[in-house]
Design a protein around this ligand. Structure first.
Ligand SMILES: Nc1ncnc2c1ncn2[C@@H]1O[C@H](COP(=O)(O)OP(=O)(O)O)[C@@H](O)[C@H]1O
Ligand SMILES: [Mg+2]
Length: 270
């Protein structure tokens, strides 16, 4: 399959070619990500959709460089990501931030929001004191949480949605070029989810950010994304502009995913 690409003529920010990750050996080997090629353009929101076990999180971890590929290449702005070491790798880990599914597990129960955000900010950028406080407050405001009050909260004093927004704020403070959101809205109720998807949509414009949005629910893809990539058993089986994939799916597997979202078409047309 040809690599799905962003708008013609635009230089992709991320370019993955033949990315492959195998777990285990011999008869037990699992090709979690199998020869996957795609690009992400600047300020693009691209959704990766697929059933549980289709390889989405493995792909996310490859893009985040938390995992080494078994094969294939990954480039950010023309640079080979797999070759990065030391300071360059730490800089990559600032440029590419992640928000995962369960905001509670990624939250230290013994840290207030101020301490959690402050620590991340100091480690990544060396910023602290009043300047750090201002950056934290601004990041929280971007996700619709008004600062000073939230900063003094403990995790258990926040709702699931608030915790997830704190985690998005934490990612934002690093001013990443790419935000990888892996099932980041899956645990939220519908109205909160729509709210966070809108926040993400605004961010890519205001912060010149590229978003890789990962979900098992193709119904979520239509809210935010420019393009959709469909994964099945480690492979990319379909890709295209969001409307095209949703209204004119080419692959049987995509049709099946859509069939599981009976109200999707009504929602779009409402
Ligand atoms: N660390 C690992 N060791 C062995 N197998 C793994 C590991 N991580 C993922 N897998 C396997 O790879 C496949 C894809 O998993 P994953 O990327 O988590 O899919 P998804 O995020 O789409 O649910 C699954 O079969 C899973 O069991
Ligand atoms: Mg996953």
């Amino acid at each position: 399959m040809n690599a799905p690409s962003s708008a013609p003529g635009s230089q992709p920010l991320v370019e993955a070619k033949g990315l492959t990750r195998v777990f285990g050996h011999g008869a037990n080997a699992v090709r979690a990500v199998d020869d996957v090629s795609f690009t992400l353009g600047r300020q693009e929101v691209v959704t990766i959709v697929g059933e549980s076990g289709s390889g989405k999180s493995t792909l996310a971890r490859l893009v985040l460089r938390l995992l080494e590929p078994t094969g294939g290449t990954l480039h950010l702005a023309g640079r080979d990501v797999t070759a990065l070491k030391g300071r360059e790798l730490r800089s990559y880990w600032r440029d590419v931030q992640a928000v995962f599914q369960d905001p509670f597990s990624s939250f230290n129960q013994f840290f207030t929001v101020r301490r959690l955000l402050g620590r991340s900010l100091r480690l990544a950028t060396g910023t602290g004191g009043d300047q750090g406080e201002t950056m934290m407050t601004q990041a929280l405001e971007h996700v619709g949480l008004t600062g000073a009050d939230v900063l003094d909260k403990w995790p258990h004093q926040l709702s699931g949605g608030q915790r997830q927004r704190v985690m998005i704020a934490r990612a934002l403070m690093m001013q990443p070029r790419i935000l990888v959101a892996d099932e980041a809205t899956s645990m939220l109720d519908a109205s909160l989810r729509a709210n966070i998807l809108n926040v993400l949509g605004d961010l890519r414009r205001d912060h010149d950010m590229t978003i890789l949005f990962i979900t098992h629910d193709i119904g979520q893809a239509c809210y935010v994304s420019d393009r959709v990539l469909v994964m099945c058993q480690g492979e990319l089986v379909e890709h295209g502009p969001t409307d095209q994939v949703i209204f004119d799916p080419q692959h049987e597997y995509t049709r099946r995913l859509l069939a599981d979202v009976p109200r999707l078409h009504e929602n779009i047309l409402d």
